[in-house]
Design a protein around this ligand. Structure first.
Ligand SMILES: *Cc1c(COP(=O)(O)O)cnc(C)c1O
Length: 417
């Protein structure tokens, strides 16, 4: 192998790209096919009734509740739906603020806005997740919740998040869209806060194309979540609270999960532990092999044993080096991506300019003291994020693929850093 970088005309480390890293979709097999066919054969794609329901969504919910150690789980139509349902279950709406990390996907903020509340942005620390100290700085009388986001499977420092939330009487809604199966100090993410939210979209750990779920231990929030995701209806269901004194009727939306999604989700969930175990071994090996390379830093993983290990996130010395590094790895046929274009979510124009579908700017116009987003608002995020380079892992990577990742990182670092 030539030591000239492929980007400079040398021979690439690999002649072909790595296998794709759509983790859950890559694991599709006979199990998912059989489960979907069962739903079709029974002509019963709806979760609550049909000629012969297979109760696939219910099975997925039981599995997820067991895996996360939660009393209740509810399948929904997307991760965004999960966040909206969670916020509404907790009674969060117009006039309220929710603290979000600067490093997240647009959907975390979109869900807060859809709930009628206003996102307030907390800076991140070297884990690239929320800096728990920011909660103390930001919480005020209008703040009702904090939404820690476990970015790329790295669990947030939940002990400190929970302590800060408790100090200020805030609800905790975990956005675990990217971390299904991860844990923090032995407790599954999603089950640590008041309500946890998962996504089953294509880019997440397990997938149904579109889908999501919420988990909670609280029967009242669960019951509110069930009704909000189902038009505000009261249905007769096993274990369902029904019309109780605390169950004031309210209108809801339709965020229900289909039986076809439930069938796939149920099978994917059964594979998750093995998938994560394989990625953890691979990630540990790769990190060991590239540790100590001058100029290469890993983001801090808050709990190594609980990391979902779906990605290796590197921090390079400065945005220009980071860009060169990513391009050079790509040229070696090692897929390397740039998380969120290196920008805090509030820098996206929709959010930065507080544009909603409402011409008056609801819900941003609801607060007496208008929340303003500005450049420089979260300096750590603004400094660290442009330095990121992400290598996605997959349980389908062979040992040879992991070796190629190491070889390419060494080769590229040697020349560029
Ligand atoms: C993907 C994602 C969501 C939204 O999930 P969808 O299923 O795509 O609606 C929310 N938050 C984070 C952090 C995500 O990565």
């Amino acid at each position: 192998m030539s030591s000239a970088l492929a980007i400079h005309g040398g021979t690439p480390v690999r002649s072909t790209p790595l296998p794709h890293a759509y983790i859950g979709a890559g694991m599709y097999g006979e199990e998912e096919k059989r489960a979907v066919m069962e739903v079709l054969d029974r002509q019963s794609p709806f979760r609550y009734y049909g000629p012969d329901p297979a109760w696939k969504v219910t099975a997925f919910e039981r599995g997820l509740a067991a895996m996360t150690g939660s009393a209740y789980a509810l399948g929904v139509s997307s991760g965004t739906a999960a966040l909206i349902v969670a916020l509404k279950a907790l009674g969060i709406g117009p006039g309220d603020k929710v603290i979000l990390p600067a490093n997240t996907f647009l959907a975390s903020a979109g869900a807060v806005v859809a709930a009628g509340a206003v996102p307030v942005f907390a800076d991140i620390d070297d884990s690239l997740n929320i800096d728990p100290d920011e909660i103390d700085r930001l919480a005020d009388g209008e703040t009702k919740a904090v939404m820690p986001v476990h970015i790329l499977g790295n669990p947030c420092r939940m002990d400190r998040v929970m302590a800060a939330a408790q100090r200020h009487g805030l609800h905790v809604v975990e956005d675990a869209a990217q971390a299904c199966g991860a844990s923090y100090r032995g407790q599954a993410v999603g089950s640590i806060g008041d309500i946890g939210c998962f996504s089953l979209q294509m880019n997440k750990l397990i997938t149904t194309g579109e889908g999501g779920a919420v988990v909670t231990d609280n029967p009242v929030w669960y019951e509110r979540a069930v009704r909000y995701h189902d038009h505000g209806m009261f249905r007769e269901r096993e274990g369902f609270l029904g019309m109780q004194p605390e169950s004031e009727p309210f209108l809801g939306q339709n965020y229900r999960m289909t039986e076809i999604a439930g069938a796939i989700a149920d099978e994917q969930l059964k594979k998750l532990e093995r998938m994560i175990a394989a990625m953890r071994i691979m990630k540990r090996r790769i990190k060991q092999e590239i540790a100590g390379i001058a100029g290469l830093r890993f983001r801090t993983i808050c709990d190594d044993a609980g990391d979902a290990a779906s990605a290796i996130m590197l921090l390079l010395p400065g945005p220009a080096k980071a860009q060169l590094f990513r391009e050079a790895l790509q040229a070696e046929n090692i897929a390397c991506s740039y998380l969120y274009g290196g920008r805090p979510v509030y820098m996206l124009p929709q959010l930065f300019r507080q544009r909603t579908v409402d011409p008056g700017g609801f819900p941003f116009n609801r607060l007496a003291d208008r929340v303003v987003y500005a450049e420089g608002m979260c300096p750590v995020a603004e400094a660290l994020l442009p330095c990121n380079a992400v290598i996605s892992l997959s349980p389908l990577f062979a040992e040879r693929d992991a070796e190629d990742i190491v070889t390419a990182i060494r080769k590229v670092s040697n020349v560029l850093l």
